[in-house]
Design a protein. Structure first.
Length: 373
């Protein structure tokens, strides 16, 4: 047998090595595939997970913070809406401060809801249930009459007129949310609702702004209420003030609501956004006011909302300098929005100021006029 040439021998050795490498690679891939079957998540599951968002990256929290809390009244079905809202609030504000969240519901939150919320922020989160007595008929309400009112409002197509849960919610927000045990130890709250939008990056802390400037109530939007929902509210308030003159502050803002004709012009702060002092709502004067309205039955015999109830209380009991319009907080709750028109403030925003509800809004103009006087 003749000797193999060196070049041929080299080709044979390379071919053998290539086959060996392919066999080893196949065996290794087979082992990896077998191990992957034991994994809790497949490769596709891993690729479908969201990447870590900026609000979940741990950052140094400012040493100076108020005793503030973000309060969200929600249902277990509100996950989708909050999946939009909380990341926006985190990105525009709370990722820098990590103020805690308190979620409240008239039934216990399920684990799916809690898990979803905890994935949206690194801030502390607490989940509470509203006491039954705060989300039900008080003993003095004639439930038959209340049901008849709802049916009449349904026939007249009054917004939320036929809804009993909506009435429970308005009564709870008017007189009980601030009493929930999970809010103990806090001085200020920021009310947030599922599905709302936040458009502007805040270069400051609104809670600290409230504290340093001794402000008790902040809002973004003013609107007129539906007259069909509050036909006797102003009359009831006027009687309360007559019976309790000590609650009316000398520098009050009640002229915003009274056109001098003894009738209510229906203006109010839209309370789905509000930043407020818990001390104010826990005050003896506010509790006295709420209990008077509650005994009158208007939450069930009409459809009194927490927005006019809060607004009238703030205008009645606080001096004008203790209220504040957060012009720079771009905010949308369907179908209305607040978007700053000031060019300097617009630099931090992603919204169209021409669509702001304040254009031609008489209620907002009345507030500004009252503040200037």
């Amino acid at each position: 047998m003749s000797k193999l040439r060196p070049g041929v021998l080299l080709i044979i050795v390379a071919f053998i090595l290539l086959i060996t490498f392919n066999v080893l690679s196949f065996q290794q891939q087979k082992r990896l595939n077998q191990e992957c079957q034991k994994c809790e998540k497949s490769v596709d599951d891993i690729n479908s997970l969201p990447t870590q968002s900026p609000q979940n990256v741990k950052k140094p929290v400012p040493a100076e913070r108020a005793k503030g809390v973000i309060v969200i009244l929600a249902r277990n079905s509100d996950v989708e809406g909050l999946n939009k809202t909380i990341p926006q609030l985190e990105a525009t504000f709370n990722s820098k401060y990590e103020y805690p969240y308190v979620f409240l519901n008239d039934v216990p939150f399920n684990e799916r809801f809690k898990k979803a919320m905890r994935g949206l922020s690194s801030a502390k989160m607490s989940f509470g249930t509203v006491p039954h007595e705060h989300w039900s008929y008080p003993s003095w309400i004639n439930q038959t009459r209340a049901a008849e009112v709802r049916e009449d409002m349904r026939k007249r197509n009054i917004i939320y007129g036929d809804s009993l849960p909506y009435r429970h919610m308005c009564r709870f927000n008017s007189g009980f949310f601030f009493r929930h045990p999970l809010l103990e130890g806090y001085d200020y709250y920021w009310r947030v609702e599922p599905g709302v939008d936040f458009y502007c990056d805040l270069p400051y802390d609104p809670f600290m702004y409230m504290q340093k400037n001794d402000i008790d109530y902040g809002f973004t939007i003013m609107l007129p209420e539906y007259i069909e929902t509050v036909p006797t509210l102003w009359k009831t308030v006027k009687q309360f003030m007559k019976d309790n003159p000590d609650v009316v502050h000398p520098k009050n803002l009640l002229r915003m609501f009274d056109d001098g004709t003894e009738t209510y012009n229906l203006c109010h702060f839209w309370s789905n956004f509000e930043i407020g002092s818990l001390k104010f709502f826990k005050s003896e004067k506010y509790i006295r006011y709420f209990e008077y309205l509650d005994k009158a039955g208007g939450f069930f015999y009409e459809r009194w909302g927490d927005a006019p109830v809060h607004s009238i209380a703030a205008a009645m009991m606080l001096p004008k300098e203790k209220t504040h319009w957060f012009e720079d907080i771009g905010y949308f709750h369907n179908p209305f929005r607040n978007c700053p028109t000031n060019p300097a403030l617009q630099a931090n925003c992603r919204c169209d100021p021409s669509k702001s509800v304040h254009h031609g809004n008489n209620c907002h103009n009345r507030y500004l006029e009252a503040i200037i006087r």
